[in-house]
Ligand binder design. Sequence first.
Ligand code: CTP
Ligand code: MG
Length: 180
Amino acid sequence: MVLETVAIAIWAMLPAYVPNNVAVLAGGGRPIDGGRSWGEKRILGDGKTWRGTAFGTAAGIALALLLNRLNPMASETIGAAFPTFPVVAAVSLAFGAMLGDILASFLKRRTGRERGAAFPGVDQLDFVVVSLLLTAVVATDWFLSTFTLPVLVAVLVLTPLLHVATNAIAYALGLKNEPW
Ligand code: CTP
Ligand code: MG
């Protein structure tokens, strides 16, 4: 029962987990803020690029569509019903994750944190919160039937753990400059 809930939570959030990691691999090029500052500080900074955002979002959407195809087999194997992603939810989960990360950088710059500085709590949850909120708004029925209270609790507990683990791995592999 608990394992089922955890499996469903991870499945439902995979399209939101993948974009930030793909952005790390695909990032570079023109920053979204075009190098502009607000007051003394950059609006977003060089760590938020058009290319990273586009590839990250596209990867999350593609993964959701792939999961839809694997769903019958996976659901049968585990004996529970994994959610299928309507296109609108695939887009909101993936793009919401990127948007959350961008908003966090905006907040980091406003609070005087340089690019790459840690912002404990915000770094780990920014993308989940915004991706869930956006999905709740644009795919309300799907959101309510997928993110039941136990699934939502599992998401909020698991995400920071997965985030810390994947970033530590990306750092150890030399893909990321900081382990957060
Ligand atoms: N990245 C990107 N576009 C995004 C998000 C991330 O290109 N929308 C890439 C950048 O190369 C970035 C790297 O992924 O440097 C790591 O992402 P992140 O840790 O979110 O950015 P930081 O460089 O640490 O910058 P910030 O302090 O603003 O989070
Ligand atoms: Mg960072």
